[in-house]
Design a protein around this ligand. Structure first.
Ligand code: ADP
Ligand code: MG
Length: 682
């Protein structure tokens, strides 16, 4: 077996499995091994029935007074027994497992592992896993990986395939020089990948995580370093000294710019007339008002005679920008007589329309082109492109730069991001970008009202939601999972939507949205939500940063304890965008004081930077069993907030490899740059 062999060469991989694996980006053995678990499950200590809680996956220890019995009737054979303790009863129910009658002996202790559900006022646990106490104890000392999978692929299948690879000799070459590893106390690569998938124990997992987390940052830092090289000191070929149009635009606004917006604008306009092309990151929390700065920059470029483009990560965001630009520039034309020509380019447009846009960009009949990242880069040419703005994207990478340099005339680059990265980290991450920070909010109409509640509050929340909808408003509900998972007892959008449809009156339209839906379906749902055809949208965190539906006034987040605070803060930015009072309800399941304390930070602060910092302090470095904080940056193992020290170390370390890399490391880095694909994550 070679690491470059196709996954197909593994035993048990047929057409169907191969297809599912490919869907996850797994083509080779190496890809498979680098598909790290999303989280880990550990078996917690069993509780007695008297301490059990409903609606939670848990291990309950106890014995049956009487043996299991077969329940007559029904198409599927059912076997059942009852645990009784202190007057509490729990019905255990298995389907198609008659042989358990012989295996489970009355009077002997077992651990029953499953979810306690309430049915007709009775507690039941369906299909519990059964362990003898000694076996369970052994399990407790292990940690099980949990992978993010697509349909048709099971956790067990994936685990088995990975095991198959590890059953061979150690396959992987160490690519970090030994002295470096020693100095930084990092474990060896083979040890690390084995333990990230199948941790011997928590200590080993910690070591593995540290090593691979370092690698992610290190390769990333090396890649950035290389890209920097690419762009060193490109000359400013697109001078734009006159700011009169921008001045007129500012005058025409219905509000005055905040001090922070003004400062950012000064930075940007200074770049326009500087010696080098602009290469700037505009960082500002959700709602801080970045869009108007993009408009000013683009307008100034157009005044100087060149074209600009604005790239958004999704069609919905692109369209939203386009519509607001057309509106704002129409007003500008009424005020000044100057006509700015905008175009939109998104995937769902007809081929003919796209061709027309291509032609118009090439002949400079369009001044400003707005579209999705992917499309703007495909086969598009401009007559004279001088400014490229990327919105809500923390990715900015090799391909993009190659694409730009392919256009010949190094345009100005402005990257806009709402990710609250502490400044020290930003310097490592964005090394070659100048940074402007918008650290001041426009006077908000009404601050969002927040609360942290437990699941018992749901009925009241639904009544509240109903009332808000009656007043004409809309609602987001966020769940952490797409569909039911055997490994984790978390709310999922599909079941939740079904439930909610029954709870809310029929005239309220409830729909769901998640990342596994295809783009067109996602966009269709978003559009119907924007048009208020859908009143309640149940979604995973795919609700994009930047989406603007001012009529939405309630955001309810289920399993709030599962999310990073920074992420919750960004989600919360979807409401509070209109005139009406908005509300955010964080529902925590379980009663942990620590998670309540964490969530309370959100209630008291609206400052993304502060929140990210506090989150880091509270979570501390030990929280490796939680779900990876997803959505902000695509590091698989490392966490920007939690692993600040690793990042720092990796950044420093990369500097030692300024010129040439050892062969192994070079290969590794090339692979990394390739995998990071169109975007090295910035
Ligand atoms: P983001 O930084 O999240 O992209 P937007 O640019 O979408 O934020 O701005 C959010 C809202 O605030 C928009 O409706 C915008 O018109 C408004 N806005 C921007 N700047 C100001 C300001 N200085 N005063 C009042 N409202 C503003
Ligand atoms: Mg925005």
């Amino acid at each position: 077996m070679k690491i470059t062999d196709a996954v197909r060469s593994l035993k048990g991989v047929g057409d169907k499995t191969e297809k599912s694996l490919n869907k996850l980006g797994i083509f080779t053995i190496e890809d498979l091994i680098e598909f790290y678990p999303r989280g880990y499950q550990s078996y917690e200590a069993p509780v007695y029935l008297s301490d059990a809680v409903p609606e939670k996956r848990q291990a309950i220890i106890g014995y049956l007074h009487r043996g299991l019995v077969r329940i007559p009737g029904g198409r599927v054979e059912k076997t059942s027994g009852t645990l009784i303790e202190d007057g509490r009863r729990l019905q255990l129910l298995w389907y198609r497992m008659p042989y358990l009658k012989k295996q489970i002996i009355s009077g002997k202790n077992y651990i029953f592992y499953g979810t306690v559900k309430t049915k007709n006022g009775q507690w039941t646990m369906e299909q519990p896993e059964v362990y003898e106490p000694e076996a369970y104890e052994k399990l407790q000392s292990t940690v099980q990986p949990v992978y993010s999978l697509t349909e048709g692929l099971h956790q067990k299948t994936l685990s088995k395939l990975i095991r198959q690879v590890f059953d061979e000799d150690p396959l992987f070459e160490e690519y970090l020089p030994e002295d470096l590893r020693e100095e930084l106390k990092l474990s060896e690569y083979n040890y690390a990948v084995q333990n990230i998938h199948f941790p011997e124990n928590r200590e080993a997992l910690g070591q593995a995580r540290r090593r691979l987390g370092f690698d992610e940052f290190f390769l990333f830092a090396l890649a950035i370093q290389r890209m920097k090289h690419f762009r060193e000191r490109s000359e400013n070929r697109h001078r734009a000294a006159s700011l009169t149009w921008a001045g007129a635009f500012i005058k025409g606004l219905s509000y005055t710019l905040t001090g922070a917006q003004m400062r950012a604008w000064e930075d940007i306009s200074r770049d326009f007339s500087g010696d080098h092309a602009m290469n700037r990151l505009l960082q500002g929390d959700v709602g801080s008002g970045k869009t108007v700065l993009a408009q000013l920059a683009l307008l100034t470029g157009v005044q100087a005679g060149y074209q600009g483009c604005l790239m958004a990560p999704t069609e919905v965001l692109a369209r939203q920008h386009y519509e607001s630009f057309v509106r704002d520039f129409e007003k500008f034309r009424e005020d000044t007589g100057i006509n700015i020509r905008c175009g939109l380019l998104i995937g769902s447009m007809k081929a003919g329309e796209k061709r027309r846009i291509y032609a118009a960009a090439a002949s400079h009949e369009i001044d400003i082109l707005i579209g999705t990242h992917a499309l703007i880069q495909e086969g598009l040419t401009f007559e004279n492109l001088g400014l490229v703005i990327t919105d809500e994207q923390h990715r900015f990478g090799v391909n993009q730069r190659e694409w730009l340099s392919g256009k010949g005339r190094t345009p100005h680059i402005l990257v806009m991001s709402a990710t609250p990265i502490p400044r020290t980290l930003a310097i490592v991450l964005y090394g070659d970008l100048d940074i402007s920070v918008i650290d001041e909010f426009p006077a908000r109409r009404k601050p969002i009202k927040n609360c942290v509640v437990d699941t018992g509050y749901r009925p009241a929340a639904y009544r509240f939601i109903e009332k808000q909808v009656r007043e004409g408003h809309q609602v987001y509900i966020i769940c952490p999972m797409v569909e039911e998972s055997e490994m984790m007892d978390l709310e999922n959008v599909i079941d939740y939507t079904d439930r909610l449809k029954n709870i809310l009156p029929p005239h309220i339209c409830v729909e769901y949205l998640h990342g596994k839906m295809n783009g067109a379906r996602k966009d269709a749902i978003m559009e119907r939500f924007r048009d208020n055809e859908i009143q309640v949208l149940v979604s995973t965190t795919v609700i994009e940063v930047g989406i603007n539906v001012p009529n939405a006034t309630v955001m309810m987040v289920e399993n709030a304890e599962r999310f990073g605070l920074a992420q919750l803060h960004q989600l919360r930015g979807r409401v509070g965008r209109g005139e009406a009072q908005s509300y955010c309800i964080f529902v925590q399941s379980g009663k942990s004081d620590r998670s309540k304390e964490r969530l309370e930070i959100l209630v008291h602060s609206n400052d993304g930077f502060y929140i990210a910092g506090e989150d880091l302090k509270l979570r501390g470095p030990g929280d490796m069993f939680g779900l990876r904080q997803s959505g902000l940056m695509d590091f698989h193992i490392a966490d920007l907030y939690q692993d600040g020290d690793l990042l720092q170390m990796a950044g420093d370390c990369a500097k030692k490899f300024k010129n040439e890399l050892p062969e192994n490391l070079e290969r590794r880095m090339n692979r990394y740059m390739l995998m990071a694909g169109k975007d090295i994550v910035l």
